[in-house]
Write a protein that binds this ligand. Structure first.
Ligand SMILES: Cc1cc2nc3c(=O)[nH]c(=O)nc-3n(C[C@H](O)[C@H](O)[C@H](O)COP(=O)(O)OP(=O)(O)OC[C@H]3O[C@@H](n4cnc5c(N)ncnc54)[C@H](O)[C@@H]3O)c2cc1C
Length: 378
């Protein structure tokens, strides 16, 4: 009997492996990964600098330990290059591998920054442990960091970098950070809190070029301004990895398309985590992939179990002014009711009948999130 093959050793792949093992210790499982297979929690990448944590310190367990603990085979530095669905086989750099069931947990790639200039190749993005190690090396002995993008990850890095003693500029196309998730008052409060720590904001503009200078780089903005930097970090977003699936003829949209059973529509091939678009939704956060892993483990064990998400607020790890947000469903009627206090903001998204549809909480108000989640569930 060919094994269950999981492709990817991120939180999605490893959480699924653990969930399978909670139910069954005997079904053969092989996890194949393009990287070194170290287990780590990716959210730690954007709050580890100020704590002085190295990439090695963030790696919780090696691939060998994960394999031994989970009674699985873990193949590292083995990129899957093709899927042969007819013969149920994947091709890797080091040979072919038969599967009984195949789970794609491929994650997402940083969106290419598209900058011009001879310094553009030095622009970094941090999306895994190896990237984080390279980022720390680049920061060694440096002072000024320009972050491109004031979304969730950009804000978290900005906060971590100022806490670690760097001078930080953030270039952001919106008029306030996280503008797709937060009403203006909440976004501005976050921006002001980070500015109070020393973050310099450049709103309503985008970076165009990076040129080397005698002392570092000059980041050219589309409003004609220029920002001096020693290190440039791109945090402009991630894009689900769909190429492998698409080449095999598996339907993709924004992500690899699945139904709520995480079936791709091709027999015995499933997708989950950041690479997946589940019933039309790509949710690139930890909580959804945990829900997916539990459901898929049950499905693979013979009990078809659709993914049902609870209300899942997203926490933004900005200790300068924390944020908890649960956006209303796309196209939801109604609007924000915002109450601004000295230590935090409570923004409730309510429909015309006053029913709660989502919320954005900042600072001391984040403590209300569990109560509001319960209110949403009723
Ligand atoms: C800096 C940062 C901070 C974050 N903070 C939070 C947070 O606070 N809260 C939250 O909920 N979410 C957060 N997220 C998002 C969260 O971390 C991700 O949703 C989650 O880690 C994705 O896990 P994944 O396993 O789907 O993908 P990944 O972790 O990207 O793993 C993908 C795996 O697939 C492998 N792979 C890819 N292609 C191939 C191939 N062809 N062959 C073999 N292997 C392949 C890769 O090597 C990797 O092992 C953050 C993300 C980032 C980048």
């Amino acid at each position: 009997m060919p094994p269950i093959v999981i492709v990817g050793s991120g939180l999605a792949g490893y959480t699924l492996l653990k969930e399978i093992r909670k139910r069954d210790t005997s079904t053969p499982v092989t996890l194949v990964t393009a990287d070194d297979g170290a287990f780590y929690s990716k959210p730690n990448l954007s709050n580890a600098l100020a704590a002085g944590r190295s990439a090695a310190a963030l790696a919780g367990a090696s691939a060998e330990k994960m394999a031994a603990d989970q009674h699985a085979t873990v193949l590292t530095h083995a990129r899957v290059t093709a899927i042969d669905m007819q013969n149920q086989r994947v091709q890797t750099g080091s040979g072919a591998l038969d599967y009984g069931k195949l789970v794609l947990a491929l994650g997402a790639d940083p969106i290419p920054h598209g900058l011009s200039g001879s310094g553009a190749a030095a622009v970094l993005a941090v999306n895994d442990l190896a990237d984080y190690a390279a980022f720390r090396d680049a920061l060694d002995g440096k002072k000024r960091v320009t972050v491109l993008g004031g979304g969730l990850i950009g804000c978290e890095f900005a906060n971590d970098l100022v806490h670690a003693g760097f001078t930080v500029d953030v270039v952001h196309l919106g008029e306030w950070p996280l503008e797709r998730l937060l009403p203006v008052e909440a976004g501005r409060r976050l921006a002001d809190s980070l500015a109070a720590l020393g973050v310099n904001w450049h709103f309503g503009c985008t970076a165009r070029s990076v040129e080397p200078t005698a002392s570092g780089y000059q980041v050219g903005l589309d409003n004609g301004e220029a920002v001096a930097a020693d290190v440039v970090l791109s945090a402009i977003g991630l894009r689900p990895r769909t190429r492998l699936a698409q080449a095999a003829g598996i339907p993709v949209g924004r992500g690899i398309r699945t139904n709520r059973l995480l079936e791709t529509g091709v027999a015995n091939v499933y997708a989950m985590g950041d690479c997946a678009e589940v019933d039309g939704l790509n949710l690139p956060y930890v909580q959804p992939l945990m829900v997916q892993a539990r459901a898929l483990a049950a499905t693979l064990a013979g009990t078809p179990t659709p993914v049902v998400y609870p209300a899942m607020p997203v926490m933004v790890k900005t200790p300068a002014h924390p944020v908890a947000v649960l956006p209303p469903k796309l196209g939801a009627a109604g609007g924000w009711k915002v109450a601004c206090g000295d230590t935090g903001i409570c923004a409730l998204h309510v429909d015309d009948c006053g029913r709660l549809q989502g919320f954005a909480l900042t600072g001391s108000e984040t403590g209300r999130r569990n109560t509001l989640v319960k209110e949403l569930a009723t």
